[in-house]
Design a protein around this ligand. Structure first.
Ligand code: SAM
Length: 428
């Protein structure tokens, strides 16, 4: 049964604070840069940092000027910096680096998704690892379609269209219309190609509709939304932004009134992110879901509840880049040629949904979610090769634990199957 129904998440959060010093929590903090979906073949893959100091070395952004970059995208960002009196927040930089029309990482023609660097790809996500991912998730989507008495599925940020294809193949007539909303025009063309067989059911929207009914899904979308960086130095909070430095970019901190959502214990220097854009996204979505007759949403991504996210030891933030299946910590170089991400603060997302009047259905790790939906039974019937791929979705040291699932809906009168066991809503 879902724990959060009828209660404010904020009151539950306090209870979780006591849990953050457990050894398993610390383990994840130390390993929080492991993202199976995006580190195949990476140097980190070859030699995981076991000591906290290793992470520090790998993650701390450089405060020295970075190498020169004179691409059209870099020129555009330099112009934006100049127009903003020499400084832009990291959220603006990240938005341009990823989504500047035609030039940003997600709007240019680079390959991005794939299993091997030899294809020119940078990372692989769960639907690209195993089709059992979408087939299993479809069990949850089917239940939610029945509950909401709808035949409509909405997917945000559909990537290659692989998850949409797995859903459409699995759900058959239960889906009447499949709507994709993606910021990337180039990916839209790729999605259309993947989904040719289902062209009669699939549509793409450029703008959000007023009302959304049925089931909404987003896999690794929230982590691709721009974040603001906050840096505490000698006890003073700053917003970390980007300035021009020769042909390239470098970091620059300004004192700010902005604060993380929870107080960070201690006085040590501390870098973190806040996620106003992702929270606004969830609130906008919730408004539209509320305007209809019934809807449920499920978001899968890597991240933590607030108490873990803003843990005193996570002092180097979670911003990471991915290029050719290697992870790095410097978003200021190779701008537009690599992905930039930040982990998701799931408490913030759940609160954004709840404060807009939706009910949190559940929150758990990807392993529990998929196992509750019958992944193990599917794997038992699959070929050995398929089984070993699907194993990555649930292995604790791969995607199973770091990736989480948050579900929210217009009605709390039902229990979503994916949260049957292992629900951690009380930790939000
Ligand atoms: C890391 S990719 C994930 C793609 C896919 N869901 C998968 O699992 O392979 C992130 C995607 O989210 C999209 N995206 C980011 N912000 C978005 C927003 N506000 N609305 C719609 N799509 C968005 C990007 O364009 C991109 O396609």
């Amino acid at each position: 049964m879902v724990l959060i129904h009828g209660r404010r998440i904020k009151s539950v959060k306090v209870a979780f604070r006591n849990l953050k010093r457990t050894s398993s929590d610390l383990r994840f903090i130390q390993r929080r840069d492991y993202r199976v979906s995006r580190w195949f073949g990476s140097k980190r893959d070859a030699k995981p940092p076991h000591a906290f100091g290793d992470n520090l070395r790998l993650i701390m952004p450089k405060l020295t000027p970075t190498s020169s970059s004179t691409s059209p995208l870099a020129e555009r960002i330099h112009q934006a910096i100049a127009q903003a009196d020499g400084w832009i927040g990291f959220d603006r930089f990240m938005a341009m680096a990823l989504y500047e029309p035609g030039l940003g990482y997600y709007t240019n023609a680079l390959q991005k998704f794939g299993t091997m660097p030899s294809s020119g790809s940078d990372f692989v996500t769960a639907p690209g690892i195993s089709r059992l991912f979408g087939q299993t998730l479809a069990v949850q989507v089917r239940q939610a379609l029945e509950v909401t008495q709808s035949g409509e599925v909405w997917e945000f940020g559909a990537g290659t269209g692989a998850l949409a294809l797995q859903f459409l193949e699995s759900l058959g007539d239960a889906v009447h219309q499949y709507t994709i909303i993606d910021l990337s025009g180039t990916l839209r063309a790729r999605q259309a190609d993947t989904l040719l067989k289902y062209a009669h059911k699939v549509r793409w929207l450029d703008a959000w509709p007023e009302v959304m009914e049925g089931v909404v899904v987003g896999n690794e979308v929230l982590d691709a939304m721009p974040v603001q960086l906050l840096q505490r130095t000698q006890g003073i909070w700053h917003e970390r932004g980007v300035v021009t430095s020769g042909d390239g970019f470098s970091w620059s901190d300004r004192p700010t009134d902005l604060r993380p959502p929870t107080e960070i214990e201690g006085q040590h220097d501390y870098l973190t992110e806040i996620h106003p854009q992702a929270e606004a996204f969830v609130a906008s979505l919730a408004e539209r879901m509320k305007a209809g007759r019934g809807a449920a949403a499920f978001f899968l991504d890597y991240g933590f509840p607030e108490a873990e996210y803003f843990h005193l030891q996570r002092h180097m933030g979670t911003v990471m880049c991915h290029q050719l299946h290697q992870a790095d910590d410097d978003p200021l170089v190779a701008v537009g040629q690599k992905d930039i991400t930040a982990h998701v603060n799931f408490t913030g997302m759940a609160l954004a949904a709840q404060n807009t009047g939706l009910a949190v259905l559940g929150y758990t790790c990807q392993a529990w979610f998929l196992l509750n939906l019958g992944l193990a039974e599917r794997m038992a019937e699959a070929s050995l090769a398929e089984r070993s791929q699907a194993q990555r979705l649930v292995n604790e040291h791969e995607m199973g634990e770091l990736f989480k699932v948050l579900g929210f809906a217009t009605s709390a009168d039902w229990s979503a199957r994916g949260f049957d066991q292992g629900d951690r809503s009380h930790r939000l």
